[in-house]
Structure formats: C-alpha cells, structure tokens
Design a protein around this ligand. Sequence first.
Ligand code: CA
Length: 303
Amino acid sequence: MSLLPAVLKTKPELLGFIKCATSLPGGYVIAYFMKLHMTATQFRWIQKEGTGERQSWGVDHVYIGEACPGLCSGHGYCTSGVVCICDEGHHGDDCSLSSSDLPSSIKDNFESSSVSQESWQLIQGGGVGSGCGQLSPHAHGDSLYFNGCKMRQAVTKPLDLTRASKIMFVLQIGSVAQTDSCNIALDQADTVDRAVLLQYSVNNGVSWHVIAQHQPKDFIKAQRVSYNIPLEARVKGVMLRWWQPRHDGAGHDQWALDHVEVVLLGLLPPQTFLRDSSPLLLPLPSRALTSALFCILLPLAWL
Ligand SMILES: [Ca+2]
C-alpha cells in the first residue's frame, strides 16, 4: 500500500505520537495521537501516482477531535473540555456504565427462517441458509451463512457477560467438496488472509479486540470450538463479532456459523473441544492527550 496516512499542511508541535499497526489479515488499524496548537490544521490521505487497481485502498472510522476518556465508550458525545455527554441509558465519566438490563447469554442454532432480532444487532453479507450444507457432525440444519460481496460480519447485541465463562460455536470455512456455494482455495499464498476472526468490543464497536483467528485450513471441515471469555470482556455492554476481513466476493471464500452459545459460569456442557486463545489487544487511546486522530484503513476490495 503506497499510502501517506496523514499529511499536515502546517507543522504542529507534536507533544505525543503513538503509532500502532496490527497484523490482522489484510488490514491495519492505525492510530495517531497528537496535540495540535495550530488552528488551521488540515489532514489529507494521498496515494502516490502510478499505483494500479491492486493497490486500491479505503479509509473508514475516521475520528478527529477531543480525546475524551475511552472515546466515551461509543455511547456519548465528546465536548470541548474533554467531557462526555452520555447517551440515554448510559452514565459515568466515560459513559461505560449502563442502567438498562441486557441479555446475559446467547443461544442460537439458526433453525428459524430469519436471524433472531433478540441476539443479533448486525448481520452483513450473510443470513440464515444452507450454502455450506449442514455443519455435521457438530451441528445440523441451517446455519448463519456468509457469501456476500462486501462486508461479511455478524455482531451481537450488547450483552451482560459479568456471569459468562465461555463462548462456543461451530464454524466451517469453505468445504472439502469445493462446491460453488462453499469453497476456498487452500493452496494460495494469501489463503491465510481469509481467516474469520472472533472479536469483542466494550465500547459499542469503537474498537475491537481479537479473541481468536480461524484459518481456512483448520476449518475446511466443521469444527466446534470454545473459548474462555477474556476477563476484560466479562462486563456489561459487550458485543461479540465474527468478521472475515478479506475475501474474493460472492461465490468465493464462504463460511458458516452455527450453534452459537455463551455459557454462564458453572454450566459448561460436556464434549466440548477447547482451543487456546491468544487475545491480540489493540491499545486504547491515551487519556492524557487532548486531541486525537483515529482511523481504520480497509482495502477497497473488502468494501
Ligand atoms: Ca443449525
């Protein structure tokens, strides 16, 4: 990617500068934090001339403004003076506290014809279907099947995970039969980029933390997996997300999810395969700095 992420027309005094980039498949989250003393600062994103279609790029989730505590947890408006004005139903300095009752678990086998409105906040690029067949022997019937040409993700509604211990589900990426409706090429160098991530957010989707990555080679056959819910996620207002950052569009790299279940403490069912999870935590913005630029860059091929 030939990208100059931010070009300042003026040269402000930089009091702090942090750059962080993840190794997530195909994309980067880049955060710059700087305090600016100039009043006429502009930013621009620019790509050098002569780059072809393969180096197309996109920018999303751009934030330039006050650096309120925790970006107001995604539930408030950051005012000058670095004070959060919280949305209705939320309170606290960083709007992280919720006064409403939230569901404490999810259990969905996608056997109804449509996605449960009680459990899911957002489904993009997918829906209840059978494009990857039954995810046997671990699941049956329909699944949450993804074959969209743009964003592919499933996001739960905010949950109260204070009493939760594990998240379990059945996942398949592509299929051994390599059908038109469920296939993936395992011999390509970038197959690893087609992974499906499990993430959580404690700030209404402002930032996401990776619980696990699922590689196509390990999930060409359906697998039932279970992860300990990270201690940082055992709070109120957590959202879970399954997301495939990169794919070749409709007709390629399909995946399916079934038997999604959040298990409460002391209620672990038998015959569960436990996988190690290595959370990749993206640092949250520093609260000490008073102006922030936060952006997520996504190659246009995903959009
Ligand atoms: Ca099912």
